[in-house]
Design a protein around this ligand. Structure first.
Ligand code: PLP
Length: 405
């Protein structure tokens, strides 16, 4: 009998954050070897709790959650998102231009599906959060990558972005604060990028899921406020800032001159309607999450668990003869690299496999983020600081063995 063949569409689609290395780690665990897993930014797996007032809101509305809801999401949740966007300075955001989905993941797909024709190009950062590339390819688009290298603090160069634009370019994706690099983009840079997008009529897609996870003085700048009348979709959610990955709640808001984005809005609504609605139960947590006092600040300021985890990573890198890193300004990851002067030949994927097999630590190699010839590793800042300090001892042990071979 002939085997069932999967779609050829999938041949260029990858998601290594849960890929072959993760499967190997699961096998090792099943065989009784505990693994320190640093591959997924999933706060609930590292002892972080969703704030009580979010849980209570859901519990109080269980009975109200039994029917399908509005395809764009609960009205009161969308009102809270619209108020947040207006407060941030976004123009033209009303409840009818807000869409709640089963995580930002679902909305990334919908936003591109509503936009792309075969062959259309999307400007994406390299490294990227790989769902953006995957969703572009799955919707018949072509990723074109602008670089965000460590030498530039992982910041993009607006001139380079502009040089990649062709008549097929439709959209420009920004991830700020960035996964995997932790870069937080300064306002002047965003202004220049918006100016490029405006000149070429591109749709701005701004993934801001880490908007309140900030460690130093660079403030988060919502792109919609800078974009003004230009069409811009901003993404946010409960997964990271509110430590509720499992609730699967994200949102996107469409800002700018409504006359320019009306047809696109209708396409988004059609796609939202085709999947009926997002999980209704968890949407009850949105309003309390946005209206009540944010709870993440105590974790990201000195003495807080995430801040101290970041410090443990920076100390571990500083003590290593092999590594360097751009200190993450935000988000839940560090993206250190093995220095070329310390180790001229380095294969990030082979290294990650050795780190797993020899030292029971799971990280994600930089090439998994659509970065060619990477010397980087991504690790999440979610474990206890002491465990992260131990991880760097283990990383250095493997690198020392490689240097001796
Ligand atoms: N965007 C970025 C940059 C992410 O890092 C993630 C998850 O790690 C997502 C989107 C998807 O988040 P969710 O689907 O949980 O809202």
């Amino acid at each position: 009998m002939s085997p069932i063949k999967p779609s050829a569409h999938l041949s260029d689609v990858r998601y290594e954050i849960r890929g072959a290395l993760t499967r190997r780690a699961r096998d090792l665990e099943a065989a009784g070897h505990p693994i320190i897993k640093l591959n997924i930014g999933n706060p609930g797996r590292y002892g972080f709790k969703t704030p009580d007032h979010l849980r209570e809101a859901i519990a109080a509305h269980l009975v109200d959650s039994e029917a399908y809801g509005h395809e764009q999401g609960l009205e009161e949740a969308r009102e809270a998102i619209a108020a947040q966007q207006a407060e941030r300075g976004a123009r033209g955001v009303e409840v009818e231009r807000i869409f709640i989905g089963n995580g930002v993941s679902e909305l990334i797909d919908i936003s591109l599906r509503a936009l792309l024709q075969p062959g259309d190009e999307v400007l994406l950062p390299s490294p990227d959060y790989p769902l953006w590339s995957a969703a572009t390819i799955l919707n018949d688009g072509k990723p074109r990558y602008y670089r965000c290298p460590a030498e530039r603090g992982h910041l993009p160069d607006p001139d380079e972005i502009e040089s990649l634009i062709t008549p097929q370019t439709r959209a420009l994706v920004l991830i700020n604060p960035n996964n995997p690099t932790g870069a937080v983009y300064p306002r002047e840079l965003l202004e220049r990028i918006v100016e490029v997008a405006g000149r070429h009529g591109l749709l701005l897609l701004s993934d801001e899921i880490y908007d309140e996870i900030l460690y130093d003085d660079t403030p988060f700048q919502p792109l919609a406020a800078i974009a003004g009348d230009l069409p811009c979709v901003s993404f946010g959610g409960l997964s990271k800032v509110h430590r509720a990955c499992g609730y699967r709640v994200g949102w996107m808001s469409l800002s700018g001159d409504p006359r320019r984005n009306a047809e696109y809005r209708d396409a988004l609504q059609l796609l939202a309607a085709l999947r009926l609605c997002a999980n209704v139960t968890a949407q009850w947590a949105v309003r309390p999450a946005l209206k009540d006092k944010p709870t993440i600040g105590s974790l990201t300021s000195p003495g807080g668990r995430l801040y101290e985890a970041r410090r443990a990573v920076l100390d571990g890198v500083a003590a290593s003869p092999y590594l360097d890193v751009v200190a993450p300004g935000g988000a839940l990851y560090a993206f250190p690299q093995v220095r070329a002067d310390a180790m001229p030949h380095f294969d990030d994927t082979a290294f990650a496999l050795r780190l797993l097999e020899e030292e029971a630590v799971l990280v994600v190699p930089g090439t998994s983020f659509n970065l060619s010839a990477s010397r980087h590793l991504r690790l999440t800042l979610l474990p206890e600081p002491a465990q992260l300090a131990e991880v760097f001892v283990r990383i250095d042990r493997v690198l020392a063995r490689m240097a001796d071979e």
